[in-house]
Write a protein that binds this ligand. Structure first.
Ligand code: AHG
Ligand code: MN
Ligand code: MN
Ligand code: MN
Length: 330
């Protein structure tokens, strides 16, 4: 017997929290949930379908697109187009923005499939979404997409893992919903999700160590030093899907860092559809998200669609400690 509140019931009940409570944002979140369930179905049986491996094409990022990248992208475009509540969609997989419903109020930025390198090896992947409100009456333009992260009206992610979860915020805290496949509904399983103020887990691709800024190298050594009083050495956990690394750290307490590296001199992760939405969720859960030098991710000026900043995100005290090393090493 399902005793949990479904996403739809939760949205309707919380609609009073939406300053724009005419139902459009609720329907937009519903549309995202529908596409997520379709992507989840394919992810769960990927090994049995011709949906693994590369599609033989490259995206604007210069990445080899996986078949599931394209499938997921198409599902979200289709759901948002038919839902009618999205004026413009910006996607990792598309160089330009996609114009959908001309008179709609909302803008969506999406990473349709995060962690693509993990698809073929059955490691959790995710979807990340960010929602803005059009700032004027006329047709939406690229300027509506390039809004500062603090203007997001909602943001969240879906993690296709040992269970499938949808975690999101509208600025009134963070709530997590677990998909119950027996009824095809996301059910409230993590109400008012908060992240611990500190933790003992650090997530970073240490393969790039030689190219890290000095402050990052010093912080990694700090994590590795024996100090039982502060529960160090910390545990290193990094699986190459930002959503999965972030979700684990959000629940248990930890820090995720993707700094500048030789191959990604400004950082790898994209501000508009990875860093800003995950920073919004993290801050709403009581955590911190900056560029490593104390500048909030949500306040970074957004100059272009596929812009990349360094990101230090997770437990507040851990991010602050990493910033101490970064600033001292300038
Ligand atoms: P995407 O699959 O959407 O392109 O994102 C992959 C990102 C992120 O999910 C992950 O944390 C990071 O790339 C891993 O990068 P490295 O393999 O360079 O560590
Ligand atoms: Mn990619
Ligand atoms: Mn991604
Ligand atoms: Mn992606």
């Amino acid at each position: 017997m399902n005793q949990f509140q479904t996403l739809g019931q939760f949205i309707i009940e919380k609609q009073a929290d939406f300053p724009y409570a005419k139902g459009e944002l609720s329907r937009l979140l519903r549309d995202i949930g529908i596409a997520a369930k379709i992507v989840n179905r394919e992810v769960n049986k990927a090994g049995l379908m011709d949906i693994l491996g590369s599609a033989g094409s490259e995206n604007i990022q210069g990445e080899s697109q996986q078949k599931l990248d394209i499938f997921a992208n198409e599902q979200f475009i289709s759901a948002l187009r038919s839902g009618g509540e999205c004026a413009i969609l910006a996607s990792e997989e598309n160089e330009e923005v996609i114009h959908l419903s001309k008179h709609a109020k909302y803008i969506v930025a999406i990473d349709p499939l995060d962690g693509s390198s993990n698809i073929d090896v059955n490691v959790p992947v995710g979807t990340i979404f960010s929602i803005y409100r059009k700032s004027h009456d006329g047709p939406a333009t690229i300027a509506d997409v390039l809004q500062q992260g603090t203007f997001q009206v909602a943001a969240g992610y879906i993690i296709y893992g040992s269970s499938t979860m949808l975690v999101y915020t509208t600025g009134c805290g963070v709530n997590g919903f677990t998909l119950d496949p027996s009824i095809g509904e996301f059910c409230l399983s993590h109400p008012n999700l908060k992240t611990p103020p500190t933790g003992t887990m650090y997530s970073i691709n240490e393969g790039n160590y030689v190219h890290f800024p000095l402050g990052v190298k010093k912080y990694i050594k700090y994590c590795q030093v024996e100090d039982p009083g502060s529960h160090r050495p910390y545990t290193s956990r990094y699986i190459g899907s930002m959503v999965a690394d972030l979700h684990r750290n959000l629940i248990k307490g930890g820090i995720f860092i993707y700094p500048s590296t030789a191959s990604a001199p400004k950082g790898k992760l994209r501000l508009v559809y990875e860093c800003n939405p995950l920073a919004f969720v993290t801050e709403q859960a009581g955590g911190r998200a900056t560029d490593g030098l104390g500048r909030r991710i949500l306040e970074l000026p957004v100059m272009e669609l596929h812009q990349r900043p360094p990101i230090f995100i997770g437990a507040t005290e851990m991010v602050q400690q990493a910033e101490v090393f970064m600033i001292a090493s300038l």
